[in-house]
Design a protein around this ligand. Structure first.
Ligand SMILES: O=C(O)CCC(=O)C(=O)O
Ligand SMILES: [Fe+2]
Length: 270
């Protein structure tokens, strides 16, 4: 059974905020139980098989790194993760009370996979530099396996978000990096502008991670979040989940005024 642990106390939240602003990342260990991590990992495995069967296999890194997109509507466990109180507390603090989710996917760094490639996350990669200095977006890396130096853990270049630009090709190679080594069930929060990559997986076991990104509500999400659950599926869900999926944002309809919001199939007056 899923257990919701309490959100962070304000001292820890202060520390997370300071790290995200100053260093660019922060790890919290054991946010979910081993059983929850194992359950999610099993679901991801089924989704990979479905993707392959349906011709929707998304691979990169010599075909050894695999992505499963749009997971929030695909299992109740991801609906629980995306609105986990610890995660929501951090992103409300960094991105505003009206924070939205931008994308929620799985990234599987397979046995023998090469490094993922140094980059910054959306929307920064779609923006011209210099980026604004405040946070626009944040990444949440869910570790469904122990992350180790050898198995493709995520690496960040500390303070690189302060450059307010993307790394040039080759620029990050050789810079001092910090590898997110932590036990299964831990989370790493990152500033979306940090230079980072998944490390090579030198083991023969795939490393499974989930990637949940959150935006300030004025930034268009990377995935089409409002449509990932139907109105019917969302009916019994929390207001937090509805907010994260962008269902609370009000639009100005040219004919009717401003009180229109997204549904699974279009717009409706609130
Ligand atoms: O899976 C990881 O370790 C990081 C992947 C990543 O940074 C991304 O897909 O944006
Ligand atoms: Fe990334």
């Amino acid at each position: 059974m899923l257990q919701i642990k309490s959100a962070l106390d304000s001292e820890r939240l202060d520390l997370v905020e300071r790290d995200l602003r100053e260093v660019g990342f922060h790890v919290i260990e054991n946010v979910i139980t081993d059983e929850e991590a194992d359950e999610a990992r099993e679901v991801i495995w089924k989704l990979i098989e479905e993707d392959i069967a349906n011709g929707h296999d998304h691979s990169y890194g010599d075909g050894k790194i695999r992505r499963v997109w749009a997971i929030v509507g695909k299992s109740p466990i991801f609906r629980y993760f995306i609105q986990h109180p610890t995660v929501v507390a951090v992103w409300k603090r960094m991105l505003g009370e009206d924070v939205i989710a931008s994308t929620f996917t799985a990234n599987i760094v397979g046995a023998g996979a090469p490094a993922g490639g140094w980059h910054i996350d959306y929307p920064y990669w779609a923006m011209q530099s210099p980026f604004p200095s405040g946070s626009l977006t944040g990444q949440t890396v869910w570790m469904l396996d122990d992350f180790t130096e050898e198995n493709g853990a995520t690496a960040c270049i500390p303070e690189s978000h302060k450059t307010l630009r993307r790394p040039e090709l080759g620029e990050a190679e050789g810079l001092e990096m910090s590898i997110a080594v932590a036990p299964k069930g831990s989370i790493m929060f990152t500033n979306g502008a940090i230079w980072h990559q998944s490390r090579p997986n030198l083991t023969d076991i795939p490393r499974v991670g989930l990637l949940g990104m959150y935006n300030r509500s004025v930034i268009y999400p990377q995935e089409d979040m409002p449509r990932q659950l139907t109105d019917e599926e969302l009916a019994g869900e929390s207001d937090v989940l509805k907010q994260l999926l962008g269902r609370s944002i009000q639009f100005r309809d040219p004919d009717h005024g401003q009180n229109w919001h997204r549904t699974d199939s279009g717009f409706r007056e609130i």
